[in-house]
Design a protein around this ligand. Structure first.
Ligand code: PEP
Ligand code: MG
Length: 324
């Protein structure tokens, strides 16, 4: 534990000095200082929908602005990725009065609800753009599955920016845009997305359920809910290869990102940024500093050729030093 605390302040690099970004997932402004104390180099996922939950009405622009600014100020110039509201699925908001659905995870959620609740979305964009003047803000859209969704978002963003300008309100004119990669269709058109966005972040929690059609919350199928399979790893490889070819970076921000055992594998696949809950950062950084990037690449190559999850686990057991 002492060693991990010490590592919180050390650079996130492999033993052969390859830098890797280690960032935090947060659900509120209150979580930010703890994340940075744990050594986060940024916020890789701010789940902003938490601001909309457990209340009777939407947070107004000022309330959001203050929460977002607070995170940017605690980040002291480090990057903060604001994921726009990921409402629906397992995160129901009663005051939106969205009718009950039979398959909420395949239903009306995240980016799909923005056109109907467009004023809500615009208010959030305004708050993020305004807060962005106080730090290094990035914007990330959840559950994108087709290019037209991101084109729609970009048009909205331009309109909101122009409105802020016309009002003379202080805001950032530089807000890099990314998408969550959590619906498999995206993987086949990464090149098209590269023309429109600046970065990608794999949401392994949802991607696992959508890749195999396995409900992430159904205990009956939980043995099938395993992101460490040949198909998942090959998919990650395809995403990273396509994005890197176009000079874009790829993060991962699901639970998988904080698992020391799988770090060598994901690193070997070329993931650039790992975002996880604050307490996972010190052990992951300690593990990272023991890894050799070339050995990780060879491991990932071998893992992609495995024919089962069990074979991959055997490779990892041979490879991985003890979890710190
Ligand atoms: C994910 O799907 O992996 C993710 C990070 O988003 P959430 O868990 O909030 O759906
Ligand atoms: Mg998700």
């Amino acid at each position: 534990h002492q060693q991990q605390i010490k590592h919180a302040g050390l650079p996130a690099v492999t033993r052969d000095n390859v830098p890797v970004a280690i960032a935090a997932n947060i659900g509120s402004a209150l979580e930010a200082p703890g994340a940075f104390a744990n050594g986060a180099q940024g916020v890789g996922l701010f789940r902003t929908e938490m601001l909309y939950m457990d209340r009777d009405a939407a947070p107004d622009e000022q309330e959001q602005f203050e929460a977002y600014q607070q995170v940017l100020l605690s980040a002291e110039g480090k990057p903060v990725i604001f994921r726009t509201m990921d409402i629906g699925g397992d995160k129901q908001i009663p005051w939106l009065n969205i009718p009950q659905e039979e398959n909420p995870f395949l239903g009306y959620r995240a980016v799909r609800i923005y056109p109907e609740f467009v004023e809500l979305f615009r208010t959030q964009l305004r708050a993020i753009l305004r807060a962005g003047a106080s730090g290094n803000a990035l914007l990330m859209i959840p559950m994108v599955h087709s290019l037209d969704q991101i084109l729609w978002v970009k048009q909205e963003l331009r309109n909101v920016q122009e409105a802020l300008k016309a009002q003379g309100l202080r805001h950032t004119s530089h807000l890099p845009l990314g998408i969550m990669v959590e619906v498999p269709s995206v993987c086949f058109i990464i090149d098209h997305f590269c023309d429109e966005v600046d970065f990608f972040s794999i949401g392994s929690n949802d991607m696992t359920q959508y890749l195999y059609a396995v409900d992430r919350n159904n205990p009956r199928v939980s043995p099938l809910y395993n992101p460490i399979t040949p198909s998942f790893l090959r998919m990650v490889r395809q995403i990273v290869t396509a994005a890197h070819r176009h000079g874009k970076w790829v993060g991962i921000c699901g639970e998988l990102a904080g698992e020391c055992r799988y770090l060598p594998l994901l690193l070997g696949l070329g993931i650039d940024e790992f975002s996880m809950s604050g307490p996972r950062i010190p052990p992951v950084k300690t593990q990272l500093r023991q890894l050799e990037s070339l050995a990780c690449q060879a491991l990932a190559d071998n893992a992609c050729e495995c024919r089962s999850a069990e074979e991959i686990e055997e490779l990892l057991t041979e490879f991985t030093p003890q979890e710190p």
